[in-house]
Design a binder for this molecule. Sequence first.
Ligand code: NAP
Length: 281
Amino acid sequence: MLILGKVVSADTRAEIKKEVARFEEKYGRKPCLAVIIVGEDPASQTYVRNKIAGCAETGMRSLHYEYADGTPQSEIEKTLVDLAADETVDGILVQLPLPKGYDERKLLSLIPDEKDVDGFSPTNLGLLAMNRPRTISCTPFGVMKMLETTGVDLKGKNAVVIGRSNTVGKPMAMLLLNADCTVTVCHSKTKNLAEIASKADVLIAAIGKPKFVTTDMVKDGAIVIDVGINRVDGKLVGDVDFENVEKKASFITPVPGGVGPMTITMLLANTLQAAKAKLKA
Ligand code: NAP
């Protein structure tokens, strides 16, 4: 069965929209997300446009800062410091990846933990590791929402995450562990990956390699979540060989229309949450 992120996403956005209206009525202002982009990378520009559009769709305010590649780092730092101090700004994000030459760690460190709506800060990741989550990285958070819709009890399930990035693989593994799964994390140095994956009740692919996960790596009846976004001959494809794996999986996410739409929706949810936390709403 397909888990359609675009449907889950639309339902979640409708809920967010209602809550945003309630927030505005009570506090006389809208939750606000500030987005900073540096350079002209087309994929990043599309993501930023969609984030701004998501704010508009749910009734939130957004601020958009666009800098040309080559803008001095100090100028971007100044904007971040100002946004950090601005009481009317609830969430701040710097679109990644940054062009070469920028100190990403320094820039991200200027976003206060309470405004880190991407959930990338060491504090927010640490809180997740301690099972005291505050702001959860948007993509894995979205995956958990999609898993919820299957109605499958995750307790004691064997979960395998392929990929260990700080933004997807690691927080994904922590969320599944917090949900009482038995979790194995695989990466490029893992031995016998296919064998490990083939024992998974829940298999998450976050690799960035088209059709990496083939049927021999998938257990009959497994839930398969494809986080990958790869462009092949101008088309978007995931990390899973969807046409064949679909026949074996109990639930599977397509690409496009699967995890992708959930990511921005969870960013909106995190921004609303940050606004409410600040005002203790
Ligand atoms: P990343 O930082 O490049 O991490 C990729 C991970 O895959 C690494 O941990 C790497 O292992 C592992 N890997 C690479 N080749 C492998 C191999 N041959 N065997 C086993 N593991 C391998 O990528 P990411 O940011 O986590 O993103 C992963 C994918 O998800 C990408 O396609 C990205 O575009 C997509 N993505 C989608 C969304 C969404 O909204 N749907 C959001 C974020 C990312 P090592 O650590 O050993 O190098």
